[in-house]
Design a binder for this molecule. Structure first.
Ligand code: SAT
Ligand code: MN
Length: 588
């Protein structure tokens, strides 16, 4: 008797009509075979799907070039198909589930003719974790199949785990013709189903990542009382060997991955990496919040990554423990057959750009969203607790943003509710800070705007409710590495020096280290903040970095009011009260 899973695969095969069906077992041998097919047989836009890089300097590493029109997530073609539009909220594109399915089925009809259908059984989370979820993705792309082996726990053991049940998350993916006019990413939260067509790019095609682990999982979390968040997870060890764990949400281009793998400048401190993108957080039996990273790899931005900005990542890329490492849309040093991207080092003499054209120095060699895909197992700073089934207890949650003014380097919220308020108004300036210009501000609550699978008003309420259920709720902090002085220069050096901020957070959590109250929360005192050995930050700038002047908040308060209005009657009264309290401080 065929199992539910087998019948489902059969049904999709009848629709998509592949030449062959390959059930993946997740082995290294199989990954090597898929890579070989991608090198020798398959073509994408005229290029082989994989190009083998220098065997001695970049062993087991391959270059992939996407179609030039397929280099980032397509938020405008991404839909969340709840039964009604209100449930999806103003933060999502919505389509009626029946209409969406009909549309996708038309696209899928016969789309795998001449191709192989790969069936990928995988776990998000360690199989022993009560929080892990079994999933199966169907795809017709070797690049996606190999990427999923790196990014998830892909194994045929998952098929046994699923047995003859329907308890698995389903993903259907076809690259189609890579035509943006025939490209959609559709989510069906009620069915635990994602349907994707027309793109091979990470977030559109690796359906375990943003599609399942955030959009669908956030809906599950709402129903079941947990949180699926766009957060890094890391451990901080102090010189005495004490470790606390924190989860942090920063909008893109704020150094999230660098923070998760930071090499601290204060002697004796260590950062232990658990995740760089997604955290699932449940309330444990002791009433504390526990986090797991459901993923198994990093899909990080290559451009800008270097021995200066993220030495641990550069080492991870060369560690060569878990097969293979992929580079997507980076430049190629043709003399050395090595990957290259802006920010890595001096540009090599002879190079092909990310599209395979001869590099002439006029345009970028690597696409700004060029990526590496590498197993988290290759990371030297991986925490021993990474595979812990129950996860790590979270002592602090950190939100952040890129703000040239108003927000201090770090502040601590007054309560869980106040912390949810600070997360809900989180935003980032789209341009790097110019002199006194505040850039264009994009509000991105909890860095979840493109990833929350339901109405964000309900999401804020869910956060408030989780706070009420915990016995020892984590303190909530807010960081801003990007404040500028009167000359428009960044005042904070960032990167490894961020350990000073993390140290203060640790001290606040453990023994209520020194702080002063301000209308927006508690900020460090210059005296109570470790500046020993800190170069190039004058004492006057330290004062400014911690400064809060509520009288400057007029525009900001108006903008928060506008932001809250978009969620209409779904906006929780508690957060409006926090807003009113801040407004009063301004009007005093
Ligand atoms: O493509 S991903 O969503 O995985 C990465 C990103 O675009 O943030
Ligand atoms: Mn992300």
């Amino acid at each position: 008797m065929a199992t539910f899973l087998e019948k489902w695969v059969e049904e999709i095969a009848l629709l998509t009509k592949p030449d062959k069906i390959h059930w993946c077992d997740g082995s290294e041998k199989e990954a090597r075979e898929l890579i070989k097919i991608g090198i020798e047989k398959e073509k994408l836009n005229g290029n082989p799907v994989f190009h083998e890089l220098n065997k001695s300097t970049y062993p087991d590493s391959y270059l992939h070039r996407s179609h030039p029109n397929d280099v980032a997530r397509s938020e405008n073609l991404t839909f969340v198909c709840h039964a009604d539009k209100e449930t999806a909220g103003p933060n999502n594109n919505w389509m009626d589930p029946k209409e969406a399915k009909a549309k996708m089925n038309t696209l899928y009809s016969g789309c795998m003719k001449g191709r192989t259908m790969y069936v990928l059984p995988y776990m998000m989370g360690h199989p022993d974790s009560p929080y892990a979820k079994a999933c199966v993705q169907i795809t017709d792309s070797t690049y996606v199949a190999v990427s999923m082996r790196i990014m998830t726990r892909l194994s045929n053991i998952v098929i046994k785990k699923i047995g003859n049940t329907d308890k698995f998350v389903k993903g259907i993916h076809s690259v189609g013709e890579l035509d943006p006019a025939r490209r959609f990413v559709m989510h069906f939260p009620d069915e635990g189903l994602v349907m994707s067509f027309g793109s091979g790019y990470g977030g559109n095609a690796l359906l375990g990542k943003k599609c399942f682990s955030l959009r669908i999982a956030s809906c599950l979390g709402l129903k079941e009382g947990w949180l699926a968040e766009h957060m890094i997870i890391m451990g901080i060890e102090d010189p005495k060997g004490k470790i606390i764990y924190v989860a942090a949400a920063l909008p893109s281009a704020c150094g999230k991955t660098n923070l998760a793998m930071m090499q601290p400048t204060i002697p004796g401190y260590k950062i232990w990496t658990l995740g760089d993108d997604i955290a699932w957080m449940n309330i444990g039996e002791d009433g504390r919040l526990y986090a797991i990273n459901p993923e198994f790899g990093f899909f990080g931005v290559a451009s800008g990554t270097s021995m200066n900005t993220n030495p641990n990542m550069m080492k991870t890329l060369k560690a060569n423990k878990f097969y293979p490492t992929l580079y997507t849309n980076v430049g190629l040093d043709t003399d050395k057959n090595e990957p290259w991207w802006e920010g890595m080092s001096e540009a090599p003499k002879n190079m092909k750009d990310w599209q395979g054209k001869t590099y002439d120095g006029k345009e970028k060699a690597a696409h700004a969203n060029s990526r590496f895909t590498v197993s988290i197992n290759n990371c030297e700073t991986l925490s021993k607790e990474f595979d812990s089934p129950k996860g790590v207890p979270i002592s602090a949650i950190i939100f952040g943003g890129r703000r040239s003014s108003l927000l201090p380097l770090v502040y601590e919220s007054k309560s869980w509710q106040h912390g949810v308020f600070s997360g809900s108004i989180m935003g980032s300036e789209t341009t790097a800070a110019a002199i006194h210009a505040s850039g264009v501000l994009r509000r991105d609550p909890m860095a979840m705007l493109p990833f929350c699978g339901y109405n964000m008003g309900d999401y804020f309420r869910h956060w408030l409710n989780i706070g009420k259920k915990m016995k020892n709720a984590p303190n909530i902090f807010f960081v801003n590495w990007f404040r500028v002085n009167e000359e428009g220069k960044f005042m904070w050096p960032g990167f490894g020096e961020n350990i000073r901020v993390i140290k203060w957070i640790m001290e606040r959590v453990i023994w209520k280290g020194e702080a002063v109250e301000t209308p927006i929360g508690n900020v460090p005192t210059v005296k109570g903040f470790d500046t020993a050995g800190l170069k190039d930050v004058p004492a006057s700038d330290m004062e400014k970095l911690f400064g809060v002047n509520i009288k400057e908040w007029g525009e900001e308060l108006k903008s928060i009011e506008e932001h809250y209005k978009t969620f209409g009657s779904k906006m929780p009264a508690e957060l409006k009260q926090e807003y009113e309290a801040l407004l009063k401080e301004y009007q005093k």
